[in-house]
Design a protein around this ligand. Structure first.
Ligand SMILES: Cc1ncc(COP(=O)(O)O)c(C=O)c1O
Length: 383
């Protein structure tokens, strides 16, 4: 007898990870793949931070659970970071440490919404928003953005969306487009959400990886927003699986209870690393300068391979390219690129189910020499 699998877990596969698997399989067979696919920094956490963590383990090999919302020391360090970085003051009690920002994302949706609630997501979008919304019985409302608004929502676009939203997810700098909301538009969106009773979830995973203006946090403009952040991107700690949230004061207790039941506590050793990594932001800023160099190379070289319409990247490490001149099947295009040019990219369908068949996402967090070689291969391939 075949037993049932839930309908709600039947979500689309994440093509970025699928391409990563295929690129890894090819690399294992000895193929030299240049990776513009999955969004991983090519750097790790600075060495002194690792040394500190080793020392912590030597002193206390047991590494037991921490409090469900994380170590007070680390929550306090994060609150201090918001004071220094954004000029805003709040108590550490509003900070929750999470199992990556992915852990925070699930808890945020559960704490803020009930099944049937309508949540606005702005396409092209980070795909897990849609998947988590669907698995929780919430209703995604896709707000289509375009190159005209830098693939970001505006308060005017939200006003026209035609649905009574219960929640809205924004992401600036954006995955997949690297574009950003201006400070004034972010403020307008925060005010629009407050005025319309919409709970804002602001995914700030790529803050500090910016190439012009620094990104602003929604926490500066409203206490009602759930702010998500991560140690995976700027802090280059992907595998340590740690993130955090800045919560509306009345939500902290709910998140604490959810965290107790879902995770017990965030990973202890990773919290030690997180505490120390704030002392090495000069090294992390060096990583950002490196990504900027990669971006400049791609902006110069990609058009020569036919990738002519690139998003207006101001942060993160992604370019979203409109390639309708090259294909109307981005998935097949990316598979062929991997097989023939040995370069990986992510098909736009991951990010935009309706329009992503003519777009791709290009990640530039990899080694500069590999980026140069990838451009050369793409130019040859498109000759
Ligand atoms: C926009 C965005 N939010 C959240 C995440 C999840 O990051 P993590 O769970 O590693 O903190 C990612 C990862 O790629 C992302 O791009």
């Amino acid at each position: 007898m075949t037993l049932k699998l839930s309908r709600r877990s039947d979500i689309p596969m994440f093509r970025a990870l699928d391409i990563l698997r295929e690129a890894n399989a090819r690399a294992q067979k000895g193929e030299d793949i240049k990776r513009l696919g999955a969004g991983l920094p090519c750097f790790g956490v600075p060495q002194p931070v690792l040394d500190y963590a080793k020392d912590v383990i030597d002193r206390d090999p047991r590494q037991t659970y921490t409090e469900a919302l994380g170590m007070t020391l680390v929550r306090d360090r994060i609150a201090l970071y918001y004071r220094d970085r954004y000029g805003i003051n709040f108590n550490y009690e509003r900070v929750a440490i999470t199992a990556g920002s992915s852990g925070g994302l699930s808890m945020a949706f559960i704490a803020a919404f009930d099944p049937g609630d309508k949540i606005g997501i702005c396409t092209p979008t980070y795909p897990p928003y849609r998947n988590i919304i669907n698995t929780l019985g919430l209703i995604p409302v896709e707000i289509q953005t375009s190159a005209e608004t830098d693939y970001q929502p505006t308060a005017a676009l939200l006003e026209k969306c035609g649905e009574k939203l219960d929640g809205l997810v924004i992401c600036s700098p954006s995955n997949p487009s690297g574009t950003m909301l201006s400070e004034s538009e972010l403020n307008k969106i925060c005010q629009w959400c407050d005025a319309n009773g919409v709970r804002l979830i602001s995914d700030e995973a790529y803050h500090n990886i910016t190439y012009a203006e620094p990104a602003q946090t929604a926490a500066k403009f409203t206490d009602n927003a759930i702010v998500l952040n991560t140690f995976s991107k700027y802090f280059a700690m992907t595998g340590w699986r740690l993130g955090w949230m800045v919560l509306p004061p009345e939500m902290t207790d709910r998140i604490k209870k959810l965290s107790e039941s879902y995770f017990v506590s965030p990973t202890t050793i990773s919290q030690h690393l997180a505490y120390k990594v704030f002392d090495h932001m000069d090294v992390l800023d060096g990583y950002v300068a490196y990504y900027k160099k990669n971006l400049d190379i791609l902006k110069a070289e990609l058009p020569k391979a036919g990738f002519k319409k690139l998003s207006n990247v101001k942060g993160a490490f992604y370019i979203y390219a409109d390639i309708h001149n090259l294909t109307n099947d981005s998935e097949e295009f990316c598979r062929r690129m991997l097989g023939e040019a040995r370069v990986s990219m992510t098909p736009g369908l991951d990010f935009d189910v309706a329009r992503g068949h003519t777009t791709v996402r290009i990640c530039f967090a990899d080694d500069t020499n590999d980026i140069i070689e990838a451009c050369r291969r793409l130019q040859d391939w498109q000759k």
